[in-house]
Design a protein around this ligand. Structure first.
Ligand code: SIN
Ligand code: CO
Length: 388
């Protein structure tokens, strides 16, 4: 089984061992996870991204008495000229959506569901820079890309952990250091959710954070029930046919609770709707405006492929597929489609799609359901023609 092979990216343990012993449980330091790693992006290029309107960026600047000032991007071009020599960090979110070489890093994590990955955030720090001791509610792989960064890790935290009184940043009031490592380019640190950590740039450095996402129980409940409610007619109500005469009319009796529970079970227990909601929710793009799609006739679509055009996944799109009793579900950027079983290999191809063209699509373009699906995905914006 490939999941039992030792992986360099995990320091020589297998995906199975990593998932059993570390994932969501404890940190793992991996020296030379990607040997001789060189950042595909320079500090200047990262700074350039932080000037752009559609890119989410922030800067954390430490001042002697007023620690950790947060500034939000997009930044003006001259901002970098007026920064101190030390003690600041620039953080740019979702760089994988803008730089294909950064998106390729996600391939190292194919032993986990791709819909669990949130984004690749990149930070650049001047010597001494850091965002303060904190915890995140997500798993993260911190890959050192340039220069050295010291990472300290500490206690497990939760929403009751004491925080500094800070308007913009969640900084821990206490930090019980358990380990301290200096990471070199190519080294990587895996951190489970809620573990306190604190990174400081030893020299000018860049760190890539491959961040994961997991919906909170509160999100699952509110979003799923909102989704469900769309399908429920107003007349579907609490029902007490066959109620026994009550002894005290002011009492809410246990049989009312049982009726309520069966009403909930009837709807919440609908697995197909739960899966449909979950697939839609987990493939919701981070920046929906970047999955805009285009008006395109079927004729022009087919002609473009015939002329040698290549289809790729829109880097801002998210896709996943699943199987249900009545067919296949494809989730593409927050939308779901029920599709016939014979499209299984096409769905896999589309979800993994790096390059789809006349040759590898031939069989599917000859199939009405397949051709239609591809055309719909281009119009929706999840697939797009690559610029040659
Ligand atoms: C950083 O890269 O500076 C911060 C990443 C983190 O601690 O979440
Ligand atoms: Co963090």
């Amino acid at each position: 089984m490939t999941s039992d092979l030792p992986l360099q990216i995990l320091g020589g343990i297998s995906a199975r061992e990593f998932l059993r012993d570390y994932w969501q449980k404890k940190p793992l330091l991996i020296r030379q996870a990607i040997p001789n790693f060189e950042s595909p992006l320079s500090p200047d290029e990262l700074a350039g991204l932080a000037l752009e309107e559609q890119v989410e960026s922030r800067m954390v600047i430490e001042h002697g008495e007023r620690p950790w000032e947060l500034r939000r991007g997009p930044f003006a071009e001259d901002v970098f000229q007026n920064l101190p020599e030390r003690d600041w960090t620039l953080l740019v979110q979702a760089v994988d959506q803008f730089v294909p070489e950064v998106a390729e890093l996600r391939e190292h994590f194919h032993f986990l569901p791709s819909w669990r990955i949130d984004d690749v955030m990149i930070s650049y720090a001047a010597p001494g820079g850091g965002v303060g001791p904190h915890f995140d509610n997500y798993d993260v792989f911190l890959l050192q890309a340039h220069g050295q960064r010291r990472w300290k890790i500490g206690q497990m935290c939760d929403s009751d952990s004491p925080m500094l009184d800070h308007a913009d940043l969640r900084i821990l009031a206490g930090f019980d250091e358990t380990d301290d490592w200096v990471l070199e380019p190519g080294d990587m640190l895996y951190l489970p959710p809620r573990l306190a950590h604190f990174g400081t740039a030893v020299d000018e450095c860049m760190t890539y954070s491959v961040g994961f996402r997991a919906p909170s129980a509160a999100e699952v409940l509110t979003h799923f029930t909102d989704f469900l409610a769309q399908f429920l007619p107003d007349e579907d109500r609490y029902n007490d046919a066959d109620i026994a005469p009550v002894s005290d009319p002011h009492q809410i009796q246990m049989d009312a609770l049982q009726r309520l529970k069966s009403l909930l079970d009837e709807h919440m227990g609908d697995e197909r709707l739960l899966l449909t909601w979950f697939g839609q929710f987990m493939t919701e793009p981070r920046y929906p405006e970047l999955v805009a799609g285009e008006e395109l006739s079927e004729r022009d679509f087919l002609q473009a492929l015939q002329d040698g055009a290549v289809l790729i996944r829109n880097p801002s799109a998210r896709m996943a597929w699943s199987q249900v009793d009545i067919g296949l579900l494809l989730f593409a950027s927050g939308q779901s489609r029920l599709l016939p079983e014979h499209l299984l290999e096409l769905l896999k191809l589309v979800c993994a799609s790096d390059a789809l063209h006349q040759e590898n699509l031939a069989q599917w373009l000859a199939d009405d359901d397949g051709r239609n699906l591809l055309w719909e995905l281009v119009k929706q914006g999840s697939l797009e023609f690559a610029d040659e």
